[in-house]
Write a protein that binds this ligand. Structure first.
Ligand SMILES: C[S@@+](CC[C@H](N)C(=O)[O-])C[C@H]1O[C@@H](n2cnc3c(N)ncnc32)[C@H](O)[C@@H]1O
Length: 218
């Protein structure tokens, strides 16, 4: 009798455990705007720059593809502004958008430190509308929302540039999380099919697996 009771109790506890882990899995998905803002604000709340103050390595290489004149640049999900400020220091007219007011405040401090300006927009970029053909260059580093691609193509001028970078499903760290926000192998090529491909790379022999692309809109 006692052994039967013990078996029953262990079955109940296994079910409770699997339900818990399923709940946690569901909560891991991208949250609604408010939840997203709260969790990113929290992430950026320390004095340290989570993504550093230096621009992404790839951006420092890819700027050679851009025209040598003052450009209107949009940095999507700009965070604490490492790429925004880099582009502003190159003399461009830069707008950045991010849902986290804490991140944009830190980007403002970074701009001040570097004696440059940018326009910061605190908003959910999935709901925000920029003008058609408003920008010469659009940067999108580490924010993947496939529904945004058509909008990005629309916001950039014909002849303008899109620079996009994200982790892929092969990344050993990120692949443990929600794969929806990771690029499939070579996916960037198909997402921007029909536009002029300037440069594409997908790192497969490095610790972190990242894919990036430079596109010129036709
Ligand atoms: C991985 S970080 C981007 C890093 C940044 N682009 C860089 O390379 O330094 C993701 C950013 O997206 C922002 N974010 C998340 N959801 C957003 C949304 N719906 N609208 C605008 N920004 C959002 C977060 O606040 C965070 O700063």
């Amino acid at each position: 009798m006692i052994s039967r009771l013990l078996i029953l109790l262990s079955i109940i506890s296994i079910n409770a455990h699997s339900l818990d882990s399923r709940k946690i899995e569901l909560l891991r998905g991208r949250k609604n705007s408010d939840g997203e803002k709260i969790s990113w604000d929290k992430k950026f709340s320390s004095d340290q720059y989570v993504f550093g103050k230096d621009p992404a390595d790839s951006l420092t290489k890819y700027i050679k593809f851009l025209p040598k004149k003052k450009l209107k640049v949009l940095d999507l999900a700009m965070s604490e502004g490492r790429n925004t400020i880099f582009m502003a220091k190159k003399g461009h007219d830069v707008t950045g958008i991010d849902i986290s007011s804490v991140a944009i405040k830190k980007a403002n401090a970074l701009a001040k430190e570097n004696n440059v300006n940018f326009k910061g927009i605190i908003s959910d970029l999935t709901k925000y509308e920029f003008g058609k053909h408003e920008f010469d260059v659009i940067l999108c580093y580490y924010f993947l929302d496939r529904n945004l691609i058509t909008k990005i193509k629309n916001w950039v001028k014909p002849g303008g540039y899109i620079i996009f970078e994200n982790f892929t499903v092969n990344d050993p760290v990120e692949s443990r999380k929600n794969k929806k926000y990771l690029l499939l192998e070579n996916e960037l090529i198909s997402l921007f099919e029909g536009e002029r491909l300037i440069y594409f790379q997908e790192l497969i022999h490095t610790n972190r697996r990242v894919s990036s692309i430079v596109i010129q809109k036709k």
